[in-house]
Design a protein around this ligand. Structure first.
Ligand SMILES: C[S@@+](CC[C@H](N)C(=O)[O-])C[C@H]1O[C@@H](n2cnc3c(N)ncnc32)[C@H](O)[C@@H]1O
Length: 229
């Protein structure tokens, strides 16, 4: 007799992250750090990942300097850092909540400093105006990094510097068949923080770019923010 039960979610997989996003906990009840700690084959599961090219080409449009200090926030295993380095950027640091992901990132030899911090739980270990640029690919989303982090990011990036962050379209728009990922609350929260930063003249949204096939054929939006003060 065919079973109607679903196969259990493998804890070391993309499905585990989807479960975290939808249910607030990973398959073994872990939070965000534990869920990514278990995903040891993250790089192998990202053969179809064009995010690094989108992020790095957007950054190259904004600056000619290769020595800008860059924080890769939510760096994971370092795929963005690797692409930055291959395009000549030389001054890159990483921060992530998952110690196991950071161990994989460290092996790539692209980051000068790696910090294990869960954004939102603990203050980030950086001074005001420490970085020229902050990039965050695929980590501002429900259960991951809250839009509230933008306020802290604006303070650690120098005036005139840039923040680039990407969000999968399913989190921001109702898309047939993918309704479970959409969160009206999350969208309103993100827009409210962005409006507040613009109104208080701390930052300016310079673009929101549609990036088709960011990952696995899925669209993402890449936001470009210029820090004003
Ligand atoms: C989808 S992965 C993206 C990793 C990397 N940026 C990339 O492009 O491959 C999301 C990453 O964000 C990290 N993350 C999620 N929430 C976080 C938080 N609150 N603080 C720090 N890192 C977080 C996870 O540990 C994970 O490594």
């Amino acid at each position: 007799m065919a079973s109607t039960e679903h196969a259990p979610v493998q804890p070391n997989s993309r499905e585990a992250v989807f479960m975290l996003i939808k249910e607030g906990k990973g398959p073994n009840g872990q939070g965000v750090a534990g869920t990514y700690d278990n995903w040891s084959k993250y790089d192998e599961d990202h053969n179809d990942y064009n995010g690094p090219s989108f992020v790095v080409s957007a950054l190259s449009e904004l600056t000619n300097r290769k020595d800008v200090s860059i924080l890769d926030c939510g760096s994971g295993t370092g795929l963005i850092g690797e692409k930055l380095k291959s395009e000549g950027f030389t001054n890159i640091s990483a921060l992530d909540a998952s110690q196991e992901s950071l161990k994989l990132a460290a092996k790539k030899g692209v980051y000068k400093k790696l910090s294990c911090v869960e954004v939102g739980k603990k203050k980030m270990p950086f001074d005001d105006n420490e970085f020229d640029v902050l990039v965050a690919s695929g980590c501002v989303l429900p259960t991951h990094i809250s839009p509230d982090a933008l306020r802290e990011w604006v303070s650690i990036v120098k005036p005139g510097g840039f923040i680039l962050f990407s969000i999968r379209r399913v989190f921001l728009e109702l898309i047939e068949g993918e309704e479970t990922y959409y969160s009206k609350e999350f969208v309103e929260h993100l827009n409210q923080v962005l409006e507040e930063l613009e109104k208080t003249k701390k930052a300016e949204v310079i673009f929101k770019r549609d990036c088709p096939n960011y990952l696995c054929g899925w669209h993402s939006y890449l936001y470009g923010i210029k820090v004003v003060q």
